[in-house]
Design a protein around this ligand. Structure first.
Ligand SMILES: [Zn+2]
Length: 287
């Protein structure tokens, strides 16, 4: 069995509040990065116990350089750093049996969800794939599905695991915390959370889940926060401005559709960054 793990940070055990996920902050350096490695290692241990032979881990938060490398389980290969997009599962192909999403959060606009957002709160209100509203869980699941690879396990806060179950149905989940507000959660102990992740990963490794396959053509739609963000995004050739803040793109080839999604998001993000730095001054950052 070959397992591809993507690790995000907002829904990791012990993570609550923004400073612990903010790259460069002392809370991130001394706590968040270690918490993330511990959850990832629990998933790796569970997968190995259930017979996984190949495990890759994609550091999927911010610039992709969060996991404390010397702490990552030696059986796994770590994919770190930014820029290798391929819809942020670089190297994924049909040789993998399952994707695990570890430490995930709910999509933008979810109530009682730890740091709910979709890619960036600076620019994006909603993303839809063939009309279905998705967050990052859905985007990863749909992209993996184009290779016939299912998301077999999602861990994170209870809002993220619920979102996964509603969207994918056939998926294993482990909730390690329950949010009361965007920056406040009831946290499981690390011992309890890691035991549940280990067990969830073992069950998921032995499971045969169904991939989420989108109908062709694939239409991606992005509702931005501001018309200025959409003004930039519509520079993508063959995109459609379907609303004041909405840009869409349709393609028969899944690879083209997902590259277009990334292009829309990044161009809209550039406009949002300009706006933010104009209003709040350079060095401002919205997560
Ligand atoms: Zn993140």
């Amino acid at each position: 069995m070959s397992i591809y793990i993507v690790a995000d940070m907002e829904g990791i055990s012990g993570v609550s509040g923004e400073t612990v996920v903010r790259v460069g902050h002392s809370e991130w350096a001394e706590r968040g990065r270690h918490y993330m490695a511990s959850d990832v290692n629990a998933a790796i241990e569970g997968a190995l116990a259930a017979g996984a032979k190949r495990i890759w881990v994609r550091d999927g938060h911010a610039g992709g350089d969060n996991l404390v490398r010397e702490r990552v389980h030696p059986a796994a290969h770590l994919i770190s750093g930014a820029g290798a997009v391929s819809s942020h599962l670089p190297g994924l192909d049909d040789g993998f049996d399952a994707v695990f999403l570890i430490g995930f959060h709910a999509r933008m606009g979810t109530h009682k969800a730890q740091m709910d957002h979709t890619i960036t709160t600076a620019a994006i209100d909603e993303v839809r794939l063939n009309g279905t509203a998705v967050g990052e869980i859905g985007i990863y699941a749909a992209y993996a599905g184009t290779f016939g690879v299912p998301v077999a396990l999602v861990t994170g806060d209870a809002a993220a695991t619920k979102e996964s179950e509603v969207l994918l149905g056939d998926v294993g989940t482990v909730a390690v915390q329950e949010a009361y507000g965007r920056f406040s959660s009831r946290l499981l102990s690390f011992e309890d959370a890691h035991a549940r992740i280990r067990e969830g990963a073992a069950v998921a490794t032995r499971s045969r889940r169904l991939p989420w396959r989108l109908e062709i053509p694939i239409t991606v739609a992005v509702d931005f926060l501001r018309s200025a963000d959409a003004d930039m995004a519509e520079c993508v050739p063959l995109s459609r401005r379907s609303g004041p803040r909405t840009v869409e793109y349709s393609a028969d080839a899944p690879d083209v559709a997902f590259r277009a999604l990334q292009a829309l998001v990044h161009l809209g993000g550039i406009a949002a960054h300009r706006w933010a730095t104009t209003i709040y001054g350079s060095g401002s950052k919205i997560v």
